[in-house]
Design a protein around this ligand. Structure first.
Ligand code: THU
Length: 161
């Protein structure tokens, strides 16, 4: 028997004010864009904004549905339009944040498992890592160098071979 260990390094900023100008602008755009979420059921308004390698910004928000499982997360809403508008254009950095009017807003956003899988697929598809800037409306900000770091031992197209 052998055992393996998985760990990864990420940056923790005490607040958005410590970020580079570029990352702060991306996060500000995402914070503003939470207003476009359609979240009448959870009231948890999520936004994701991606800066592509060609400099374009692509945005997504969560889109809920009365039939709950039909709803889509902000990250996958973004990836859906990205795949149609700029197919195969790599993402440089994606800022993800939320507005929770009924609760706390200071913990960094944490992408769900399904979105981690979708982000990982986009990294493979474009052969480019996706840097993540994760934040709430205030408080600490995490910067993760590569989205797939959040999905160790993930399932990929290689597993289908
Ligand atoms: N949500 C996202 O949009 N992204 C995530 O990574 C976590 C959860 C949405 C889904 C649902 O509309 C609401 O947040 C509450 O779960």
């Amino acid at each position: 028997m052998a055992s393996e260990n998985y760990s990864f390094e990420y940056e923790v900023f005490a607040s958005a004010n410590e970020l580079s100008k570029e990352d702060k602008a991306l996060l500000d755009a995402a914070r503003e864009f939470t207003a476009s979420a359609y979240a009448p059921y959870s009231n948890f308004h999520v936004a994701a904004v991606a800066r592509l390698t060609n400099g374009e910004l692509v945005k997504g928000t969560n889109q809920e549905n009365a039939s709950y499982p039909v709803g889509t997360c902000a990250e996958r809403a973004l990836l859906g339009s990205l795949g149609a508008l700029f197919p195969n254009e790599p993402i440089e950095t994606m800022a993800i944040t939320y507005h929770n009017p009924n609760g706390s807003n200071n913990a960094p956003a944490s992408p769900c498992g399904m979105c981690r899988q979708a982000l990982r697929e986009y990294e493979t598809r474009t052969n480019h890592s996706i840097r993540l800037v994760l934040a709430g409306r205030e408080g600490k900000v995490y910067v993760i160098p590569k989205a797939s770091m959040l999905l160790p031992l993930g399932f990929t197209g290689d597993d289908l071979k």
